[in-house]
Design a protein around this ligand. Structure first.
Ligand code: NAD
Length: 465
C-alpha cells in the first residue's frame, strides 16, 4: 500500500485539525497530558488504585477499547509519525500499529498457576507492580506506546511515558487517543499519561520519582544503562545488530525474498531488521542474482558503495543520523544515483571490517559479506552481533547447523528461513512485542513481564482427589 505525498499530507492535516479542536475545546477533564511529571505521576498513582478495584472483566473491556482506538486512528497517526520523525514508511507504520493492537496479549496473559498436593493448595497469581515509567524510542513512536500500554495496563498497572522528544507530537497524541478510549470504556483517568513536552530532564524526573515503581527503557544502550543504574526494578530493551547467515543448503530464492522484506520494512529502523548479510561463498552469486530479481534491490558497485559509506558514516565512525530511516531513493540521490520508486533497498559487497557491518545503520543500505564456509560464517555472525543478545536470522535447511548457530549466538530472537519480522509475530507464530528485553532477559515482553508474583497457600485443604 504505497501512498502519495498529497494523501499523506491530507492525513496529517486531519489529525492536526483534530488535535487543535480537542485542545481548543479544553474542558476540565484530564486528557492524559500534563505540564509536569509530578502531576502525571500523582494521577497515575490514583488511577492504578482505582483500576485495582475494578473487575477483570472491566479491565478486559478497557484493553479491547484501547485496541480499537489504536486501529481507528492508525492511518492519521502513522502519517503524522512519518512527517514528524522523517523515519520509516507510512504503509509499514500502519502494519506495525495493526500488529501491536492485535497481537499484544491482554489479560489472558495473567493466567494464574495452581498446585495441589498432600499439604493442600498453592495458588500463584500475577499482581500489578504499580506505576511504571516508560521511555520510548523515536523509531516506533506509536507502536511501542500501543504495545507497552496494553501490556502494562492488562497487568493492572498505570503507565507514565516519557516519549522521545523528537516524536513528541505523534506520541503525545497517541497517549491522548488511548486515554480517551480508556475513560470511554469506564476506566479511571490517568492510567496512561505523559508530560506535554518530554525532554531528557523530564525523563530524569520520571526515573527518580519516588512513586514510580518500575522503569522500562526501549532504546539504545545508554538509556538502558541509565534505568539499570536507577536502583529500581528496571527492564531494558536495547539496540541490536542482527546478522543474517545464509548457507549453501538454503532455498536461496526464499532467502533473497525474506532478506529484502525483512531488511527494508520501515526503511530498516526496527531493532530486529537484518543489518548485515553473511553468505557462504558457494551461493553468494546466486543470492545476489535472486536479490536483483525481486525488483526491489539496487546492487551498488564498489565505487558507489564507497560514496554512500562516506555519506552515511561520519569521520568519527558513527552513523550520520540525518539518513536513518530515510527512503533508499533519498540516500542514493545524495551521491548522484537516481532510483525509481519500486526500489526498497541498496546492497553492496563489503569486506568483514566495513563500518556498516558493525554499526546499527537503521537505513535501507545493507552490506553483504562472503565467507568461505558455514563455520567461518557462524564465527563471524556471532562476532558482529556483539553480545547484544537481540536478533539473528538464518537461511539453511541443515538442522544441526541451525541449532549450532542458535546456541552460539544466544539472541533473544532467532528466525529461520523467513524475514526477521516473523520473530515479532508478523507473518510468524507467537505474540508481538516492541520492547524486546535482551539485556535484562525478559525477552518479548507481555503483561506478565510487568507484574510481581504472589503466592497464596491453603494448608491441608482443597485437594479433592
Ligand atoms: P534512544 O536511546 O536515543 O532513545 C530512547 C528513549 O530514551 C527516548 O525517549 C530518549 O529520550 C530516552 N533517552 C535517551 N538517552 C537518555 C538518557 N541519558 N536519560 C534519559 N532518557 C534518555 O533511542 P532511539 O534513537 O529513540 O531509538 C532507536 C534505538 O532503540 C535503536 O538502537 C534500536 O535498536 C533501539 N530499539 C530497541 C528496541 C527493543 O525492543 N529492544 C525496540 C525499538 C528500538
Amino acid at each position: 500500500m504505497a501512498i502519495n505525498a498529497d494523501v499523506l499530507e491530507n492525513l496529517v492535516q486531519r489529525v492536526l485539525e483534530e488535535i487543535r479542536k480537542d485542545r481548543a475545546a479544553g474542558g476540565s477533564g484530564f486528557t492524559g497530558l500534563a505540564d509536569c511529571v509530578d502531576e502525571v505521576v500523582e494521577r497515575a498513582v490514583d488511577a492504578q488504585r482505582r483500576l485495582s478495584a475494578l473487575s477483570m472483566e472491566r479491565r478486559g473491556r478497557i484493553i479491547e477499547a484501547m485496541r480499537r482506538a489504536a486501529l481507528q486512528n492508525n492511518e492519521t497517526l502513522s502519517a503524522l509519525a512519518v512527517r514528524e520523525t522523517k523515519l520509516g514508511r507510512f504503509e509499514d507504520k500502519v502494519r506495525e500499529n495493526i500488529l501491536c493492537a492485535t497481537k499484544t496479549p491482554g489479560i489472558e496473559d495473567l493466567r494464574p498457576e495452581a498446585t495441589s498436593g498432600d499439604h493442600g493448595l498453592m495458588l500463584l497469581e500475577y499482581a500489578p507492580v504499580g506505576v511504571i515509567g516508560a521511555l520510548t524510542p523515536i523509531t516506533n513512536p506509536t507502536g511501542t506506546l500501543i504495545n507497552n500500554s496494553i501490556s502494562m495496563i492488562a497487568a493492572g498497572n498505570s503507565v507514565v511515558f516519557n516519549p522521545h522528544p523528537s516524536a513528541r507530537e505523534t506520541s503525545t497524541r497517541m497517549i491522548e487517543v488511548l486515554h480517551q478510549a480508556i475513560v470511554d470504556a469506564g476506566g479511571p483517568p490517568g492510567l496512561v499519561g505523559s508530560v506535554r513536552h518530554p525532554t531528557l530532564e523530564t525523563a530524569k524526573s520520571l526515573i527518580e520519582h519516588p512513586r514510580v515503581n518500575m522503569l522500562v527503557a526501549t532504546g539504545g544502550r545508554p538509556v538502558v544503562n541509565v534505568v539499570l543504574r536507577s536502583g529500581k526494578k528496571a527492564i531494558g530493551a536495547g539496540a541490536g545488530n542482527p546478522p543474517v547467515l545464509v548457507d549453501e543448503t538454503a532455498n536461496i530464492r526464499n532467502a533473497a525474498r525474506s532478506i529484502v522484506n525483512g531488511a527494508s520494512i520501515n526503511n530498516n529502523i526496527f531493532c530486529t531488521c537484518e543489518k548485515e548479510v553473511i553468505v557462504v561463498e558457494e551461493v553468494a552469486d546466486s543470492l545476489l542474482k535472486f536479490l536483483q530479481e525481486t525488483g526491489k534491490v539496487y546492487v551498488m558497485n564498489r565505487e558507489e558503495a564507497e560514496r554512500v559509506t562516506q555519506l552515511v558514516v561520519t569521520p568519527e565512525g558513527k552513523i550520520n543520523t540525518a539518513y536513518i530511516g530515510r527512503d533508499v531513493q533519498v540516500i542514493l540521490r545524495e551521491v548522484g544515483i537516481n532510483l525509481s520508486e519500486e526500489y526498497r533497498i541498496a546492497v553492496f559487497e563489503a569486506p568483514p571490517s566495513h563500518p556498516l557491518v558493525w554499526l546499527e545503520q537503521m537505513m535501507p543500505v545493507l552490506p553483504i559479506v562472503r565467507v568461505k564456509d558455514f563455520d567461518e560464517g557462524l564465527r563471524f555472525a556471532v562476532e558482529v552481533e556483539q553480545g547484544n543478545r537481540h536478533t539473528a536470522v538464518m537461511h539453511s535447511t541443515h538442522v544441526e547447523r541451525m541449532t549450532a548457530f542458535a546456541r552460539a549466538v544466544q539472541t533473544t530472537i532467532f528466525v529461520k528461513n523467513g524475514p526477521s519480522y516473523a520473530g515479532i509475530g508478523l507473518g510468524g507464530e507467537g505474540h508481538t512485542s516492541f520492547t524486546i528485553a535482551g539485556p535484562t532477559g525478559e525477552g518479548l515482553t507481555s503483561a506478565r513481564t510487568f507484574t510481581r508474583q504472589r503466592r497464596c497457600t491453603l494448608v491441608e485443604s482443597f485437594r479433592i482427589i
